[in-house]
Design a protein around this ligand. Structure first.
Ligand SMILES: C[S@@+](CC[C@H](N)C(=O)[O-])C[C@H]1O[C@@H](n2cnc3c(N)ncnc32)[C@H](O)[C@@H]1O
Ligand SMILES: O=[N+]([O-])c1ccc2c(c1)CN[C@@H](CO)C2
Length: 273
């Protein structure tokens, strides 16, 4: 019965993504107020600062960075592209892989202008904002592929997608809790992606706290498993990670814009045992 329930839950979750709308999703979450680079308390600059700090710590190193559940966004690898020579983007939906290809090919088909993000991360790196074209070129140079992924499979990627040793680092933002029907599925998915990472490699995980749904489009209400900090820590430990740092951002009222019921965002830096 347990297996049947799980399969039903995963099928229902996949169905809720059928009408996911990248343009709407980007509009909801990656424009002001959530992405306001003039505001110290805006959530996107907080996320970029967490990622910048972690990717520039000496213990985070190697050749291959894999982004799990990229969606239609590239912000999550803007710091990582200066540290890793190969970056793999992944998503479950072709519409999101297509959005990423538009950016990669610079074909004018993107639904968001990422320039402010490039400029902000250049500033974090002590570079002139005008060097954002250089950073864009760097990211386009290191992205080796944009692949399908399903974190609910014990092998989330195609068999030969990664070198035998696995990735040196994983980054994943707002994916696992947004695609899992319940906490056990979230924890299993955490274990599944762990299989893509070499022992000693790092997982940089950003996610929603206390969120039970979000809109992935005007009428696309997607269920989310509401997580607490304690559950995130427990799941990481259960799946063979050592937590190095957990940071939490609590949403100010004006960041609650009606597209979800998220109360906080966590950033976890963890190492695979
Ligand atoms: C909330 S979005 C996160 C997007 C992006 N990483 C960000 O930071 O905004 C969740 C993503 O998970 C993807 N997804 C849905 N089901 C999935 C699955 N079974 N395995 C991996 N990714 C999945 C969706 O296509 C979507 O792009
Ligand atoms: O505040 N943010 O920057 C932000 C960005 C993306 C997402 C959220 C919040 C909350 N909902 C998740 C999907 O479960 C997606």
């Amino acid at each position: 019965m347990e297996r049947k329930g799980t399969e039903t839950g995963l099928a229902a979750m996949a169905a809720s993504y059928e009408k996911f709308d990248p343009a709407a999703y980007l509009q909801y979450n990656y424009t002001p107020p959530r992405a306001d680079f003039e505001r110290k308390d805006s959530v996107v600059p907080w996320k970029l600062a967490c990622l910048h700090r972690a990717f520039n710590e000496a213990d985070v190193s190697g050749e291959l960075l894999v982004d799990i559940g990229s969606g239609p966004t590239i912000y999550q690898v803007l710091s990582g592209c200066e540290v890793f020579s190969k970056v793999l983007l992944t998503d479950f939906l072709e519409v999101n892989r297509q959005e990423l290809r538009h950016w990669l090919q610079d074909d004018g088909g993107c639904n968001l202008d990422w320039t402010p993000y490039l400029q902000h991360v250049c500033k974090l790196e002590g570079r002139r904002p005008s060097e954002c074209a250089l950073k864009a070129a760097k990211l386009r140079q290191v992205i080796t592929d944009i692949l399908p992924i399903d974190v609910h499979q014990s092998q989330p990627l195609a068999k030969d997608a990664l070198p035998s040793g696995g990735a040196d680092c994983l980054v994943s933002c707002f994916c696992l809790e947004s695609v899992s029907p319940d906490l056990s599925a979230f924890t299993r998915a955490l274990g599944n992606i762990g299989g893509l990472l070499r022992p000693g490699g790092h997982l940089l995980l950003i996610g929603a706290l206390g969120e039970s749904y979000y809109f992935g489009g005007p009428d696309v209400r997607i269920p989310v498993v509401p997580l607490t900090e304690a559950q995130v820590c427990e799941s990481l430990k259960e799946k063979g990670y050592t937590l190095i740092r957990l940071e939490v951002y609590t949403l100010p009222e004006d960041m609650k814009v009606g597209v979800d019921d998220v109360t906080g965002v966590f950033f976890a830096k963890a190492r695979k045992n």
